[in-house]
Design a protein around this ligand. Sequence first.
Ligand SMILES: Nc1ncnc2c1ncn2[C@@H]1O[C@H](COP(=O)(O)OP(=O)(O)OP(=O)(O)O)[C@@H](O)[C@H]1O
Length: 292
Amino acid sequence: MFLARALEVTRRYGDKLALDQVSFDVAAGELVGLLGPNGAGKSTLVNLLTGIRRPTSGRVELFGGDPRVPAHRRELGVTPQETGLPASLRVGEVVDFVSAHYDNPLPRAELLDRFGLTDLVRRQTGGLSGGEKRRVAVALAFVGRPRMVFLDEPTTGLDVQARRLLWDGIRAFSAEGGTVVLTSHYLEEIEALARRVVVIGGGRVLADDTVGAVRGLVAVRRVSLTVREPLPELAGVSDIERDGDRLHLLTGDADQLVRDLVAYGTAFEDLEVRPTSLEEAFLALTRESAAA
Ligand SMILES: Nc1ncnc2c1ncn2[C@@H]1O[C@H](COP(=O)(O)OP(=O)(O)OP(=O)(O)O)[C@@H](O)[C@H]1O
């Protein structure tokens, strides 16, 4: 059973095409990571699926109905990318305020304990650090015992220890059968939590697979070298950038590329191999999908 679905969804903001015919579904009990660089369309997809915005065309479903109808959002928890907490209220009061909207909320102490927030219960939210505020904002998504949560970049600005605490809270929810969709810029973060990752770039779904398979796709190396002659035809090169005599080749298998260069007798200098950033890997993936 799908708890959330997008069917050929397009969303424009004026001239800007933020999502381009995206189809995506989440089954009950799944923990799915949406991975993509800035501006890829992740938040837009989350906002459509949670009823905050409407698609320009295509269809979205939440618990089998229209996400804009409040009844379909009753079993949903959301942490948007930015949350404003009322500065003069204490953490415990904010939790109580949100709890009051639900028939059967989690007891306050249990929620705070799950997310390592017990020590903050009497602190005014205006005096919390950025990371502490973020942890409170994420915990609030779980107050109403949701069946599904959408967490938009839940660990932004958190240090390693706070991130682990949050991951533990998310894992516990998932282990009890809860469904989770989270967005991130980092494959490592999704890897720590999810098996399935959906890569979004330029408003399109570029890959929907296991973390292992996607790691293979984005594990691109940049091979830089200076050559003063035309390059032979090289297999496995997804992109070439030129900077005078200096060439930068993007490839999934740098070892094979260097072996091929040697086998062809190419006279190269200053060979350098380094991992690409996820950003560069996305660009290569986006170009591949555009060429397909
Ligand atoms: N309200 C809006 N008005 C105009 N353009 C928008 C609006 N919201 C998003 N966009 C544009 O749509 C595109 C997708 O944005 P979106 O926020 O969905 O990306 P994202 O993947 O969540 O990015 P980030 O990782 O930076 O949060 C971007 O080019 C963004 O500038």
